[in-house]
Design a protein around this ligand. Structure first.
Ligand code: ATP
Ligand code: MG
Length: 734
């Protein structure tokens, strides 16, 4: 129901009120964590609608799909469901994928183009490397992918690349002189497959808006009010899209916090915030200083940490909440010990303080840390949910079925085709597959076209009749599914596919626990499809089609949390936790070379980004924070010694407390000599290097200390993912 009262404005402080009620013109809110930026954005949208602005004309870009959903719910409470429904709200990727579907023909793409997730894209890159006979050891596929991604996010197309001698020289110097050619082949391959990767969704949108003024005009007129959350983590490509769309009405409101910029490894550009004032000299800037989320103790500790960064806008953040508990630090002997502590602690606090499981979050630096926690939680029967990581939709059996479905929608998607052509096995072996691929490439055709005309191409393919029959059977089956799709619902088609392709039978034959859980996962995919269809049917402009379902899952690595009510502990990387809040946070694995990660401790810039990450983690907590670290960790098949993270020593004594009593005593004895507190614990008889004060502060010198790299044997480099976050960390909405 529509509420006519303006009650929603009452809960705002003065600066927040100003930001919410300044409806016209450019506006930037630059403020620390927990100060209500997202709340301001939400209320501002409600206020716009309340003031008669058509929700149809409002575009709101969030960092995760989850954030978009929660915002929409809140807005619906103020202005009613139907108003909230017509808002365009979502991540950059999901919003612009939707627009690209409508406008794809401008770019020569089919409107049913496939969206490749990071893994699909990586497979294409591997294929390109193989085709070009390039050694994948010299050109690590992930590295190549990151390089191409950087180019795309800076709008450097293949053509622009080859017109830029500097770039080519730089790649040559980096022993990557074939990058240009690989990039070109990759782009051609994707185009031929009728597919876009995540970066394309932004790149192609830019192309669309620059090359076709009529399209730009259409969306400028549509999106008269534009809002962007987490603005500090937008990349150049996103910046340009927003700028283009806003240039007519200039009703643009961005909110962000430079201290929480944590995606520079993916091209996020903190200078977008600085540019804002240049692009819109008349912009109103509002700063918010009161943190409403956390206790004083947490806010003060976070302030102390972030102040160590040289690169930042100085901000004054305070909390009026209770002083709160000190941050507790737990030193464990091993990763398993750490996980047991965390699980035990959650169990205890839940009983003692009558908390829900969902009040707890376990945050870590890299995805590989989850397993120990999952084991420990399971042993205690504590329900939990892992965000990101290998998402449900990334599991092999799920992707296999999705492969079939993708092929039905876009048969030119050779990636999907080759995935399932012999899965489950139907006698179309690798030799046959290679012949098909080589032939299709030589004719510059998608594999599907070759299969369409098998009798014609048979002689050239050099396949025997037995194999030709198998190919024919396979392809007729796919065609039959496509026909079915014309009349049946997505759900029943998927069911047919699962059964008739032999997929279910194949999985069911494996009666091991893993095999059984694979069948369950396929079942779960069917359930989620059913849920999706029902959900779409209830929407006015809902679209229950298979292609819409596929688009949704391609873009929703962060939306496995269908049941928000579920009472579960949340496990996620710090990257994914941005913008969220939890009463109790466990920040784990606080060890040198893990957090800060090995690759990030060499330069001041990298280290400052790690520190911002630490700041993000700490400021997720409302009431209580637990830090933990292990003195040895089982990694890659062996036990490695570890030192406590330097970040621990950066927080003033007054805000922390040690849970290991012996350690605490030692700490008191050595008070004032912070660098010694993490020395060997006498009773444990294990020793590890002293962390010298000099070393601890080295990032504050403008030149990185050479010893930074000596902290660990070089082999450790493999342990830590250079970007710190694996591709799965990447919030796929974004
Ligand atoms: P982050 O930087 O982490 O994204 P943020 O600045 O977006 O944080 P919000 O998430 O909007 O902050 O707000 C933090 C918490 O404080 C939320 O629970 C929000 O409801 C609450 N809050 C914000 N402003 C007020 C206010 N004026 N009165 C009471 N609570 C508030
Ligand atoms: Mg926020």
């Amino acid at each position: 129901k529509f509420f006519c009262s303006m009650d929603y404005l009452k809960g705002l402080n003065e600066s927040q009120y100003e930001a919410v009620t300044s409806l016209q013109g450019p506006l930037m809110v630059l403020a620390g964590a927990g100060s209500g930026k997202t709340r301001v954005l939400t209320m501002r949208i409600a206020h716009l609608i309340h003031n008669g602005i058509d929700p149809f004309n409002i575009l709101a870009l969030t960092f995760t799909n989850k954030a978009a959903r929660e915002m929409k719910e809140r807005i619906a409470k103020v202005v009613g469901d139907s108003n909230a429904r017509s808002l365009w709200m979502g991540t950059f990727h999901s919003v612009f994928a939707r627009i690209l579907r409508i406008e794809a023909h401008y770019l020569g793409y089919p409107s049913n183009f496939t969206i490749y997730d990071q893994q699909d894209a990586l497979n294409v890159i591997k294929k390109v490397l193989k085709d070009m006979n390039i050694d994948a050891d010299l050109y690590k596929p992930k590295k190549v992918q990151a390089r191409i991604s950087t180019y795309k996010n800076n709008l450097i197309t293949v053509k622009a690349y080859f017109n830029n001698p500097e770039l080519m020289e730089a790649d040559e110097k980096a022993n990557m002189k074939f990058i240009g050619q690989i990039y070109q082949r990759y782009v051609e391959q994707c185009f031929k497959n009728g597919s876009m990767d995540f970066d394309d969704l932004l790149l192609k949108t830019n192309e669309l808006l620059t090359r076709f003024p009529e399209v730009l005009a259409k969306y400028q007129d549509r999106f008269r009010y534009i809002m962007v959350d987490e603005y500090q983590d937008t990349n150049h490509s996103q910046y340009l899209i927003v700028k283009a769309l806003a240039s007519k009405f200039e009703n643009i409101c961005v909110v962000g916090d430079d201290a929480q910029s944590i995606y520079s490894f993916r091209g996020a550009n903190i200078y977008n915030i600085l540019n804002f004032k240049k692009d819109y000299p008349d912009a109103i800037t509002v700063s918010l200083e009161q943190n409403y989320r956390s206790t004083q103790n947490i806010v003060n500790a976070a302030n102390v940490v972030i102040a160590k960064n040289l690169q930042q806008f100085k901000k004054n953040v305070f909390s009026d909440n209770e002083e709160g508990d000190k941050i507790k630090i737990y030193r464990s002997l091993s990763d398993a010990d750490e996980a047991n502590f965390v699980a035990g602690n959650i169990w205890e606090l839940r009983n003692r303080d009558q908390r829900k499981y969902s009040d707890f979050a376990i945050l870590y630096r890299t995805n590989s840390q989850t397993r120990a926690f999952e084991d420990a939680l399971r042993r205690k029967n504590i329900p939990y949910k892992v965000y990101g990581g290998l998402s449900f939709y990334q599991r092999k059996e799920v992707k296999d079925l999705i492969g079939y479905l993708r092929l039905l929608i876009n048969e030119n998607d050779s990636e999907a085709l080759m995935r399932i052509i012999n899965y489950p096995t139907r006698g179309i072996g690798e030799t046959t597959q290679n012949k098909l691929i080589v032939f299709a490439d030589a004719q510059n055709l998608p594999v599907a076209k070759v299969l369409d005309n098998l009798p014609i191409y048979a002689p050239q393919l050099g396949l025997n009749n037995g194999v030709l029959n198998k190919l024919n059977d396979f392809w007729s089956m796919i065609k039959a599914f496509q026909v079915l799709l014309k009349t049946e619902t997505a759900y029943s088609v998927a069911m047919e596919v699962a059964k008739r392709s032999g997929l279910i039978k194949f999985l069911k034959d494996d009666q091991t626990p893993e095999g059984i859980s694979r069948v369950e996962n396929v079942q779960e995919l069917m359930n989620s499809m059913q849920g999706f269809i029902e959900e779409q049917m209830q929407l006015e402009d809902g679209d229950p089609s298979l292609s819409n379902f596929l688009e949704n899952i391609a873009l929703s690595a962060d939306t496995q949390d269908k049941n928000l009510e579920d009472d579960m502990v949340s496990l996620m990387t710090i990257h994914l936790s941005k913008g969220l809040e939890f009463p109790v946070v466990h920040l784990v694995g606080l060890e040198e070379n893990l957090f800060p990660s090995f690759m990030s401790s060499a330069t001041r810039e990298d280290l400052e980004e790690e520190r911002r990450l630490f700041y993000v983690a700490l400021t997720r907590a409302e009431k209580q924070v637990f830090f933990s670290y292990a003195v040895s960790r089982f990694q890659w098949g062996k036990i490695t010694d570890a030192e406590p993270s330097r970040f621990l020593s950066e927080i003033d004594d007054e805000y922390i407390e040690f849970l290991n009593p012996a350690l605490e005593k030692r700490f008191i004895n050595n008070s004032g000599v912070r660098s010694n507190i993490f020395d060997e614990h006498p009773s444990e008889g294990k020793s590890f290097k002293k962390v010298e004060k000099k070393t601890l502060n080295r990032e504050d010198n403008s030149k990185p200390a050479p010893e930074a790299r000596k902290l660990k044997p070089v082999s450790t480099a493999k342990i830590i993912n250079p970007s710190g976050a694996s591709s799965q960390d990447i919030e796929v909405g974004d």
